[in-house]
Write a protein that binds this ligand. Sequence first.
Ligand code: SAM
Length: 249
Amino acid sequence: MTAQAMVAEFDDIAAWTAEAVEHLGDQHAIPAACRGSASPTALAWLAEACELSAGTRLLDVGAGTGGPAAWAAKRFGVRPILLDPMPAAGRAASRLFGLPVLTADGQRIPLRADAVDVAWCLGVLCTVEDKAAVLREIHRVLVPHASLGLLVVIAARPITDPPDGNYFPMQSELVDLLDACGFDLVEQTERPAAVPLSWTRRAQEVTALISARYRTHPAYTLASQQDTRLTDLFDHGHLSLQLLHAVKR
Ligand SMILES: C[S@@+](CC[C@H](N)C(=O)[O-])C[C@H]1O[C@@H](n2cnc3c(N)ncnc32)[C@H](O)[C@@H]1O
């Protein structure tokens, strides 16, 4: 992804999200901080598939503002470690949830081998050109036979004009990649469509406040353009959101 588009989408918006949540209240934090299109139903599917439980060391690679990891900590008592290359996203996550954050690239995870019990990587692989490098690093830091939960935007056909900096894998490519990087795919399902209104309402209130405050900001315009293009691809059936559970061989 180009530096400018990435900073707009994942750094500027993250900082504005934390600011808006602080204004609107803590109950807005998790829905607003799930930026990979995770929903409570999607997160519950991943949590059950990965058999999260109290004390599980969960590494969230590309954690963004930290909504999914915070949800897992609250619901299952896991011990999350967040990793994201965007400094403002990490600052927003620690401001909102007080969780530990590593500001680093998923291609070079600053953890020793066998350091974590489960990894999540939600809405991230489509923004990374070298997906194998990220998957190999996740494989290295997981304990043997550990679970990997993925949320991936998959292309039904090659997308010739994706939003800036997106590299959507096709199904066969993703399956081959997981295998080549040492993971067995256990299960896959389309992200459940149903999202409770109480969740969408809180996320939308945060979005509306950000828009009211920043809609004339160049980063807001850039992020909105990316979003419009993405929505268009979903609406035309070229993209779908898939949940995957894989296990380290
Ligand atoms: C669509 S957001 C998803 C954020 C979060 N996983 C969620 O579901 O709310 C994608 C995230 O991937 C991060 N990202 C992009 N390239 C990355 C890389 N090479 N390694 C780790 N994270 C990366 C971005 O900074 C951004 O926070």
